[in-house]
Design a protein around this ligand. Structure first.
Ligand SMILES: CC(C)(COP(=O)(O)OP(=O)(O)OC[C@H]1O[C@@H](n2cnc3c(N)ncnc32)[C@H](O)[C@@H]1OP(=O)(O)O)[C@@H](O)C(=O)NCCC(=O)NCCS
Length: 181
């Protein structure tokens, strides 16, 4: 398998149409696990998958999967959304694992690789992540990956039937450098 970037246990590649069946099955199995935290329509049908993939235009939105290198199985997904170029060079990171693949360290390794890819290959300078205050696994994850908390946004995003407050976290190239903050 050709990955954009690889670590000891996982590799990252773009999400693609041949992933439809595996991706839909994972999202179906994990529907309850994802519902409180993930915005948008659940990707539990082939039609929802096709609509989801169509968003990734390679300019403002990029969609990736995190795969186990030994089996090739998808263990997580990560997007960089709302990419703004010019004097910002910034994007917003979204991600999830699945019920059967969480808490194994795959997401930590995968997001570290993706941050490196975003800075080195996509030439971004800043990545942001917005996380509900009650989402402890996600807050722990983003902290481990090197993001810093920047603030709090009330009623930030409509998820699971209500407008949810989110903490705002970010990492810049400077922070990701060895010896960075
Ligand atoms: C948020 C989410 C991606 C976090 O993923 P995760 O599974 O905790 O992240 P990792 O796979 O890197 O696992 C790290 C955890 O597994 C533990 N772990 C268990 N076995 C491990 C191993 N072999 N290697 C490394 N870590 C291991 C770590 O100790 C760590 O636990 P901690 O956070 O309590 O310290 C996941 O919970 C998820 O998808 N949630 C639902 C969707 C969601 O919330 N998305 C984000 C919206 S902002």
């Amino acid at each position: 398998m050709t990955y954009l970037v690889r670590g000891p246990r996982v590799g990252i590649r773009h999400l693609a149409l041949p992933d439809r069946a595996e991706f839909v099955a994972l999202n179906r199995e994990s529907a309850d696990f994802l519902a409180p935290w993930m915005p948008g329509r659940p990707i539990t049908t082939p039609e929802a998958f096709d609509a989801y993939v169509a968003r990734f235009d390679g300019r403002a939105h990029e969609g990736f999967v995190i795969c186990r290198r030994d089996t090739g199985a998808i263990v997580g997904r990560a997007n960089i959304n709302n990419i703004v170029r010019g004097t910002h060079q910034a994007g917003t990171l979204g991600y999830c694992a699945y019920a059967a693949t969480a808490r194994r360290g795959y997401m930590t390794e995968g997001l570290r690789l993706l941050v490196r890819y975003a800075f080195d290959e996509l030439e971004l300078h800043r990545l942001e992540a917005n996380i509900q205050p009650g989402n402890t696994p996600s807050l722990n994850l983003i902290k481990r990956v090197g993001f810093q908390r920047e603030g709090y946004s009330s009623n930030f995003q409509f998820i699971n039937g209500a407008w949810r407050d989110h903490e705002r976290w970010a990492i810049t190239v400077e922070m990701a450098e060895p010896g960075g903050a």
